[in-house]
Design a protein around this ligand. Sequence first.
Ligand code: AMP
Length: 284
Amino acid sequence: MRLIYSIKKMYEFSKTAHLKGKTIGFVPTMGYLHEGHLSLIRKARKENDLVVVSIFVNPIQFGPKEDFKRYPRDLKRDMKMAEEVGADLIFYPDAKDMYPDGFKTYVNVEELSDKLCGKFRPGHFKGVATVVAKLFNIVSPDIAYFGQKDAQQAIIIKRMVKDLNIPIKIKVLPIVREKDGLAMSSRNTYLNGKEREDALVLYQALNLAKDLIKRGITDTDKIIKRMRQLIKKKKNTKIDYIEIVEMDNLNPLKVISDNCLIALAVWIGKTRLIDNMIINKLGS
Ligand code: AMP
């Protein structure tokens, strides 16, 4: 497996691959890989001639008081894991090369970026859309793979690709969870034993919503209230939001409809976790 730091070398690799008629599958990540990331790499492996994984803790998507500095990093470990599931190349750019002095151009996907997590992390999705657009230009993949774990991110990237006529297919794969249901996340490493137990409440709240919907409750205020009550039983939690929204436009729903997204962000101690569930047919 190759490791490329240089943007120029990355361009050259992709150009040569395309000239040879090879397809490139791309998995953008911030590293500290886990099974969620690996599920994307495995899928990319199945569907493409070459698989590129980027590892870049993108400074411009973190707020000034967020965890950019302490975000877990371990390139050696990541390389081993990515290679084991068939990645051909890790692209590991330097922040100074991605954002040199004089950098002035940002991608802002309007409205979608201001909802859900956007309300609590101003500028976050502008940072995400900008880095993904840059990575798409540098890596030039045929297909890019994202996780449903970051549902809003996936919706924003799909919108960006459509709006800017970027010729890349976006695939969104299901959330990979720990055995007990906690959605895998690099940030789970921040949790201590008690917090790890409390963190389960996100998935429990989503399942409670699913059960209520199955039992015929369609008033979203009622469902959200019950989810809040459940989460508040854990003393060490703070809810940023719990919302039930339409997929694609992320507008809040008053009444449950087919294909809606239940999304939440909850602090467990000093760690902010997100999770979500898509309700396809009522209650399934
Ligand atoms: P990150 O490194 O957290 O920026 O994530 C990189 C990619 O992996 C994003 O597309 C995420 O949505 C995806 N991802 C992260 N966690 C999971 C998970 N538990 N299941 C599926 N995909 C995930």
